[in-house]
Design a binder for this molecule. Structure first.
Ligand code: PEP
Length: 247
């Protein structure tokens, strides 16, 4: 499978800085792009960034989607709206959504289902907190989070992207070692394989302080098919080095 690198800008950017960043990334892409590249941008900038990446092979992703179809949900963005703009991916269940917006496994699963129903590929984020890892609950937590989505989406499982993002590694500069990450990815792959014969098609991304220095060993692991990159995706040179490592 081709590797997939997705930047998560989180709540950063402006018309000017987006234009500068995307222009630097697009100009610095490998001449022959052999991996998937995407950027998950704030909803308000989706259309701007789509225009900026046109023809470059870089896909645009949303950072969240509503589980509801339409109606009285002030501030939300529906999957139909993402589909309307031709958005390729959306993150669902990022740990910051789970932590600060109270998103439960059931809500995350409903969001994944809503996205799939409109042809938008959900990038389902799972991961344990430091306390959960120290209590030996990593496997149990990520399996519970993924099981909710598998149960909800039925035969569409093979259309998911899954990102393993240990919460203790996000934005902290602490990365899971390649072996730690691979061990969890193997668990997730086995869980998918028990649910679909097409588990090998589901890209399993690692996220959590991925950077230019650690991308190669992480991306060399058997079940790590790409990266979800936060902080380093805001610096074109760093993001490009991660893309080069995946290419
Ligand atoms: C993320 O936001 O998904 C992420 C992995 O962030 P960072 O790379 O900054 O840890």
């Amino acid at each position: 499978m081709k590797k997939l690198i997705v930047g998560n800008w989180k709540m950063n950017g402006s018309l000017q800085t987006n234009a500068d960043l995307v222009s630097d990334v697009v100009q610095g892409l490998p001449a022959s792009l052999n991996c998937g590249v995407g950027v998950a941008v704030p909803a308000v900038y989706v259309a701007q960034v789509q225009a900026l990446v046109q023809g470059s092979g870089v896909a645009v992703a949303a950072q969240d989607v509503s589980q509801h179809e339409k109606g009285a949900y002030t501030g939300e963005t529906s999957a139909s709206m993402l589909q309307d703009l031709g958005v390729r991916y959306t993150l669902v269940g990022h740990s910051e959504r789970r932590q600060y917006h109270g998103e439960t496994d059931a809500v995350v699963a409903a969001k994944a289902q809503a996205a799939l129903a409109k042809g938008v590929t959900p990038i389902v984020c799972v991961g344990e907190t430091l306390a959960e890892r120290e209590a030996g609950q990593t496997e149990q937590v990520v399996k519970r989070q993924l099981a909710a989505v598998i149960h909800q989406v039925g035969h569409c499982i093979s259309e998911l992207v899954v990102a393993y993002e240990p919460v203790w590694a996000i934005g902290t500069g602490k990365t899971a070692s390649p072996e730690q990450a691979q061990a969890v990815h193997a668990v997730l792959r086995a869980q998918l394989a028990a649910a679909t014969e097409h588990a090998g098609r589901v890209p399993l991304l690692y996220g959590g302080s991925m950077n230019a220095a650690n991308a190669v060993p992480l991306l060399s692991q058997a079940d790590i098919d790409g990266g979800l990159v936060g902080g380093a995706s805001l610096k074109a040179a760093d993001f490009l080095q991660i893309i080069a490592a995946a290419n």
